[in-house]
Design a protein around this ligand. Structure first.
Ligand code: SF4
Length: 163
């Protein structure tokens, strides 16, 4: 029985990013992950009802934790507030995690939904700041351990520890 692993759909090669692209990881790495985990692909932004492609969005006045509290917002470069679909997508992703008893997630770094350590700072100038995306924040608040694609080795080490 393999433990379930929530994974950003774009990391599995699904073309769900705002620009209609994916961020697929190398095949050997994905095969290794799939050998140890039951992969549950999800794109929180699509789950929240946003289309592909969609305008890029960044969080202003805080990070995902503050967005969940209504103290910060996710906006597009033209100023449209898309906080609601981001929050809805985070909730649906959490529901999926609960449904499968999932305690681990591998989410795309730096995304306003999926980023686990850093996000763009809201200036739309490629500047990162410390903070979490909306989905990463909600999952962490519900005790999931969230990794990004640069931390796959740590994730694979965990599975060896579980044995
Ligand atoms: Fe990938 Fe997450 Fe962005 Fe969806 S919301 S495209 S899964 S980084």
């Amino acid at each position: 029985h393999k433990p379930p692993l929530l994974i950003s759909a774009c990391l599995l090669g699904q073309p769900v990013r705002y620009d209609g692209q994916s961020k697929s990881q190398d095949a050997a790495c994905l095969t290794q992950l799939a050998a140890h985990y039951q992969l549950l692909p999800v794109c929180p932004e699509c789950a929240g009802g946003l289309p592909v492609p969609r305008p890029a969005a960044e969080i202003i006045h805080g990070d995902g934790r503050q967005v969940l509290l209504g103290q910060a917002w996710v906006v597009t470069a033209s100023g449209e507030d898309v906080s609601q679909p981001f929050k809805a997508g985070a909730e649906l992703t959490l529901q999926l995690a609960k449904q499968y008893g999932c305690q681990l997630a591998l989410l795309k770094a730096n995304s306003p939904s999926c980023g686990n350590h850093d996000i763009y700072d809201g200036s739309f100038s490629q500047q990162l700041q410390h903070g979490q995306g909306v989905t990463a924040a909600l999952l962490q608040q519900h005790d999931l351990q969230v990794f990004n694609e640069n931390e796959i080795d740590q994730l694979l080490a965990l599975v060896t520890d579980m044995r």
